[in-house]
Ligand binder design. Structure first.
Ligand code: PEP
Length: 249
């Protein structure tokens, strides 16, 4: 069975003051019935990892460099994330693919570095609105999946996040039929390539909030969510965790 995961992506939001949200989350979910992960800005990883040590909340990075170290100003190596207390890293988020020109080959190299460092790589894939309207959704998503995922991937080292680009931060959510179609195709592709495709966690991401989480988690092959805006406030993220705990999946 795939692990159920509620993953929060704080993006470039939050200073030390935001750590009170983690305290609130620990109070509302001392023993969550699903995996819970927060990926704060890099500046907060070590402090958050100290706070959550021994608790059920895991901490992750939002990106890493493919190299082990060296002259890469502003970048972070995968081993630096583990050293800071991270257990996961988000890779290939559409904002990085768009803002930093990251290709699937770049994401693959980062994913290899991350998994070799002992991190779980959350590999993001998703189509733009233009690609969907051109009927290219599955071609794009499965192409990114194939090209971004290491050959040595397993359900223990890699999580896939399907995030339609047009649904991220826009308030537009893919329909349940659209989510079902893409998640089933991802599951089939993983099974075809890795054999244990049924065990990989496949997250949906794109304007997930407490009010729509339950119906999204009811869709076949949805094992959790990657959540941006609604992960910033404990009260909102808590509602999503509760929906995932209650889902049959
Ligand atoms: C994301 O950042 O991956 C995301 C899905 O953002 P939001 O939930 O705000 O749409």
């Amino acid at each position: 069975m795939p692990a159920k995961l509620a993953a929060g992506n704080w993006k470039m939001n939050g200073t030390g003051a935001a750590l009170t949200e983690i305290e609130a989350l620990q109070s509302s979910h001392p023993a969550p019935g699903c995996d819970v992960l927060i990926c704060p800005p890099a500046t907060l990883i070590a402090r958050m990892a100290d706070m959550t040590s021994g608790s059920a909340i895991a901490v992750g990075g939002q990106d890493c460099h493919a190299a082990a170290g060296g002259a890469h100003t502003g970048d972070i190596a995968a081993t630096m994330l583990t050293d800071a207390g991270a257990s996961h890293v988000i890779l290939g988020h559409s904002e990085r693919r768009a803002d930093h020109g990251e290709s699937s080959a770049d994401v693959l190299a980062k994913a290899v570095a991350a998994t070799e460092a002992g991190l779980v790589a959350i590999i993001c894939i998703g189509e733009t609105l233009e690609e969907r309207e051109a009927g290219r959704t599955l071609e794009v998503v499965l192409g990114q999946l194939e090209a971004s995922t290491p050959d040595a991937s397993s359900a223990e080292t890699v999580v896939i996040a399907y995030e339609p680009v047009w649904a991220i931060g826009t308030g537009k959510v893919a329909t349940l039929e659209q989510i079902a179609e893409v998640h089933a195709a991802i599951r089939d592709a993983l099974a075809g390539r890795f054999g244990d495709g049924g065990d990989f966690s496949i997250l949906y991401g794109g304007s997930v909030k407490p009010s729509n989480a339950a119906e999204i988690f009811g869709v076949a092959n949805v094992d959790g969510a990657l959540v941006g805006g609604a992960s910033l406030k404990a009260a909102d993220f808590s509602g999503i965790i509760t929906a995932l705990e209650a889902s049959g999946g």
